[in-house]
Design a protein around this ligand. Structure first.
Ligand code: HEM
Ligand SMILES: *[C@@H]1O[C@H](CO)[C@@H](O)[C@H](O)[C@H]1NC(C)=O
Ligand SMILES: *[C@@H]1O[C@H](CO)[C@@H](O)[C@H](O)[C@H]1NC(C)=O
Length: 418
């Protein structure tokens, strides 16, 4: 009977609730007509303590903890570990925020793209686009944030590390455990590159794993839809990589580079869904004891029997990808790539509130201002090197824009003149 009731509520929406019971299959529910506030309430339920927030995040990240043996704040409910990790991450980002650091980073990106492509396309070989973006992003993130030595980052080993991280991520979704040698081999490389870090993946996963996908998609979208003027703007940005150049809206109808990254992350947020897992105690006398008690109305009228009093672990999924493409919020062109929608004169308050690519509330990303600027610089280095005839390389597009996978057909080759 309960199942029927839940099934009746199952509407496709940007918020999904999965209740786990040993006798009940997962069920998707629609919860609130106000999807935006509901999605935000998942990420920061009213009156929830920091420990409750951390614990519900850790609960839903168990498979990542297992696959990568993470020990960071993403898999822990310890508020002290949270504070230490966030402080450390914030410091890393601060050190890379000055104009001087941005200039050095832009140069690093150019050098790394150049080195990779000249080797990977020698003797008429064709470079895979996803390999290029992964290797370049991996190297520039390790050498900037974590001070790795570029000379020690061998292309083959970096590519192995990047592919292994992808593979372990995909395998974490499977019930079977991954081949036992993968993680130790990966860690041996990472520790040799970052000797100061006991468990380098604790830092590499949150920084590199999202970044490379933003870069890959933004290069792809600009390649597919960008004007020559936009490509010029990216090339200029490499020479003047400051915050002002990143945010500036030119008068001639071009959009800001920041808007290009925002639009990329709106359409293809690297963290498409954020889940939280917590208990939903059934006792009606403790209305605020669970962080998801705001969902109680869905359950409470329907647990009259003892059977229904079994504790329910409930996983709530904020579907950011869905919210950020919702035509009710973004209009009929919601799925088109159009950076100009981010112009301050047109972006609405509701739209601003619906941009959740860096999360929301107390656990939102510490790099939400730093990361887009950084992604734009790596994007600029790749695009500028691959502008065709005069620059030496060109990109060929595949059938569709990929994510962690799905870049078949996307390639980079030398132009005849290079
Ligand atoms: C484009 C790149 C990035 C994206 C899309 C991204 C996205 C996110 C998201 C969605 C969250 C919230 C997770 C949740 O609520 O469960 C988050 C948290 C976090 N991110 Fe990022 N991130 C990026 C880059 C970085 C970088 C470069 C750092 C570097 C230091 C970083 C450090 C963190 C930390 C420490 C948290 C946890 C904050 C807390 O627990 O209070 N992220 N990120
Ligand atoms: C060039 O590529 C080959 C094969 O992919 C690789 O073994 C080699 O390490 C690369 N050279 C440099 C200098 O990175
Ligand atoms: C609910 O979660 C707790 C800890 O998060 C776990 O020990 C327990 O087995 C889960 N119960 C069910 C029915 O999944």
């Amino acid at each position: 009977m309960l199942t029927t009731y839940l099934a009746a509520l199952a509407i496709s929406f940007c918020l999904a609730v999965k209740a786990y019971r040993h006798y009940m299959p997962r069920t998707k529910l629609a919860v609130s007509p106000d999807v935006t506030s509901a999605v935000r309430a998942v990420l920061e339920p009213p009156r929830s303590s920091l420990v409750a927030l951390l614990s519900s995040r850790a609960g839903s990240n168990q498979r990542l903890r297992r696959s990568f043996q993470l020990t960071n704040t993403f898999v822990s409910e310890d508020p002290q570990l949270h504070r230490a990790f966030v402080t450390k991450a914030h410091g890393l980002v601060q050190d890379q925020s000055s104009t001087r650091a941005r200039t050095a980073f832009a140069e690093l990106c150019s050098v790394v793209v150049d080195d990779y492509l000249s080797n990977a396309t020698r003797q008429g070989q064709v470079a895979r686009f996803d390999d290029l973006v992964q290797v370049v992003t991996f190297k520039v993130i390790l050498c900037s944030l974590f001070d790795a030595d570029l000379g020690t980052l061998n292309d083959d080993d970096v590519l192995f590390a990047a592919r292994t991280i992808n593979e372990l991520w995909q395998l974490s979704k499977q019930p079977t455990s991954p081949p036992s040698h993968l993680l130790p081999t990966l860690n041996a490389h990472l520790r040799s590159w970052l000797p100061g870090y006991t468990n380098p993946l604790d830092f590499i996963i949150p920084t590199y794993e999202t970044m490379w996908r933003v870069v890959a998609v933004s290069v792809a979208l600009v390649h597919l839809h960008g004007s020559p003027a936009l490509l010029d703007a990216f090339a200029d940005f490499l020479d003047n990589p400051g915050r002002h150049e990143f945010q500036h809206w030119p008068l001639n109808g071009k959009s800001s580079l920041e808007a290009v990254i925002q639009e990329t992350m709106r359409l293809y947020p690297p963290t498409r869904r954020i889940s939280r897992t917590a208990n939903l105690p059934q006792e009606a006398t403790t209305p605020t004891s669970s962080m998801f008690s705001f969902l109680r109305p869905l359950f409470s009228p329907h647990h009259p029997s003892d059977e229904m009093k079994i504790q329910t672990n409930i996983t709530v999924v904020a579907d950011i990808g869905c919210l950020q493409r919702d035509a009710a919020i973004w209009g009929p062109t919601s799925t088109d790539f159009d950076p100009s929608r981010f112009h301050p004169s047109t972006l609405t308050q509701t739209q601003k509130q619906c941009l959740l690519g860096f999360g929301y509330g107390r656990l939102k990303c510490v790099a939400k201002d730093w990361a887009p600027h950084t992604a734009a610089l790596i994007t600029a280095a790749v695009l500028t090197k691959c502008r065709g005839q005069t620059e030496g390389y060109r990109i060929t597009e595949g059938v569709s824009v990929g994510g962690r996978e799905g870049w078949e057909g996307w390639e980079v080759r030398r132009t005849a003149m290079a």
